[in-house]
Design a protein around this ligand. Structure first.
Ligand code: MN3
Length: 385
C-alpha cells in the first residue's frame, strides 16, 4: 500500500477537520502535504502546527494577512485563487480531498483533475453544477474519483458486488432530518436553532439546513446520477430515520446490497482515501443488537418540495442543476442571517428555477454565467420578501 500524499481543500470545515482525524489515525498511510481553507485563519494555524504541511493556503486575502503577521514558522502561507490552484496542482500530491463549501469548489477541483490528481470528492455542488464537464475531465485524465458523501460511498462500495449492466436501481437513504413527519403548517414557524439540531449526523451549518429541507437529498440524487452514470428513473430516495443503512444497490436478480455502519463521516472519508484498500481504525463499531429496529418510508415531496424541484432540475439537465444549487445556497444563507423565513427557502428555489431558460450542453462559461444570474435573481427575491 503506497502512502497517499494529500492536499485538503477546505481543511477547517467539518469534513476537513474529520479528514485530519483520519490522517492522524493513519500516519503510515496518509501524509498531509497541503492545507487550504477559506477564512478560518485561527483553526488553520493550529492545523499547520500539528501537521506541518509543505504549504498552506487561505483563499481570503485578509485572513491570509492576519495569519502571516502572527505566524512565524517555516510553513509558507499562500493566498487567493492562485493559492487554491497551487494547492490543487502541487507536484508532490497524488490526491485532493475536495471539501470546500458550495460552488467555490468547482474551479480548484477541475484544476486538480486536469493535473491528473485523484479526487476524494466531498463537495457535491461541483458535480451538481458541472457534472458533465467534471466527468468528461475525469475520463480524459484517467483519474480516480471517490465519493466522500456517505450515501455515495455506500453505493460505490455496493456496486463492487456486480457489473454496471446488472444494476436495477440505486436506493439513496435519507434521514428525513429534524422535521420528518411535520406538515407544511408546522414548518411555517421553525427556527434556525431547530434546523441545526440534526438527529444523527454532525455536519456543517449549510448542509444541516439542506438536510432539513431535503434539498441535500436532491443534490445527492444529481450527484449519484453523474458519479455512477445512472438515469434518474433508476435512482430512488428512501427515508430511513436511523441513518444506519447508508444506501443500497438493487441488482437485476433482486439482490439488494447495502453498506451499513455508524453514522460517522470519518468512515466514508477514510474509504475515499484508502480505496481500493481498507485501513484499520479505532472508530466506534456498529452494534447491531443495540441498534435494534431499522425502518424505511417514502419521502414526502409535498412538505419538502426542494427534493422534487432538485430531481426535476436534474432530469432537465443543462444549467438547471447549477441554477437550483445557486438559488438554494443564496436562500439558505439568507435564512441563516435571519433575512427570510424557513418556507421561503423552497419558495425562492422554485421561483428562480422557474424563471430560467435552460441551456443544454453548457460550457464552463455558461455554468458560471448561470450561477451568477441565478444568485442575482435570488438576492432580489430575498430583498423583496
Ligand atoms: Mn450525504
Amino acid at each position: 500500500m503506497a502512502i497517499k500524499n494529500i492536499s485538503i481543500l477546505g481543511s477547517t470545515g467539518s469534513i476537513g477537520q474529520q479528514a485530519l482525524e483520519v490522517a492522524d489515525a493513519n500516519p503510515e498511510q496518509i501524509k498531509v502535504r497541503v492545507l487550504a481553507a477559506n477564512t478560518s485563519d485561527e483553526i488553520l494555524e493550529q492545523q499547520i502546527r500539528k501537521f506541518t504541511p509543505d504549504f498552506a493556503v487561505l483563499a481570503d486575502k485578509d485572513a491570509a494577512e492576519r495569519l502571516t503577521k502572527r505566524y512565524h514558522g517555516s510553513v509558507e502561507i499562500l493566498s487567493g485563487e492562485e493559492g487554491l490552484l497551487a494547492a490543487a496542482s502541487y507536484e508532490k500530491i497524488d490526491t485532493v480531498l475536495a471539501a470546500m463549501l458550495g460552488y467555490a469548489g468547482l474551479r480548484p477541483t477541475m484544476k486538480a483533475i486536469e493535473c491528473g490528481k485523484n479526487i476524494a470528492l466531498a463537495n457535491k455542488e461541483t458535480l451538481v453544477a458541472a457534472g458533465s464537464l467534471v466527468m468528461k475531465a475525469v475520463i480524459k485524465n484517467n483519474i480516480a474519483l471517490t465519493p466522500v458523501d456517505s450515501e455515495h460511498s455506500a453505493i460505490f462500495q455496493a456496486l463492487q458486488c456486480g457489473n454496471p449492466n446488472e444494476v436495477n436501481r440505486l436506493l439513496i437513504t435519507a434521514s428525513g432530518g429534524p422535521f420528518r413527519g411535520y406538515s407544511l403548517n408546522d414548518l411555517k414557524s421553525v427556527t434556525i436553532r431547530q434546523c441545526l439540531k440534526h438527529p444523527n449526523w454532525s455536519m456543517g451549518k449549510k448542509i444541516t439546513i439542506d438536510s432539513s429541507t431535503m434539498a441535500n437529498k436532491g443534490l445527492e440524487v444529481i450527484e449519484a446520477h453523474w458519479l455512477f452514470d445512472m438515469p434518474y428513473e433508476k435512482i430512488k430516495v428512501v427515508v430511513h430515520p436511523q441513518s444506519i443503512v447508508h444506501s443500497l444497490v438493487e441488482f437485476s436478480d433482486g439482490s439488494i446490497i447495502a453498506q451499513i455502519g455508524e453514522p460517522d463521516m470519518r468512515l466514508p472519508i477514510q474509504y475515499a482515501l484508502s480505496w481500493p484498500f481498507r485501513y484499520k481504525n479505532t472508530f466506534t463499531q456498529l452494534d447491531l443488537v443495540k441498534t435494534g429496529t431499522l425502518t424505511f418510508e417514502e419521502p414526502d415531496m409535498e412538505v419538502f418540495p426542494s427534493l422534487k424541484i432538485a430531481i426535476d432540475c436534474g432530469e432537465a439537465g443543462g444549467i438547471l442543476p447549477c441554477v437550483f444549487n445557486a438559488a438554494n445556497e443564496e436562500a439558505v444563507y439568507a435564512f441563516l442571517e435571519n433575512k427570510i423565513k424557513y418556507l421561503d427557502i423552497p419558495y425562492i428555489i422554485g421561483r428562480v428555477t422557474d424563471m430560467h431558460e435552460n441551456v443544454t450542453m453548457p460550457s464552463i462559461e455558461d455554468i458560471e454565467m448561470a450561477d451568477k444570474k441565478a444568485r442575482q435573481i435570488a438576492r432580489k427575491l430575498i430583498a423583496s420578501l
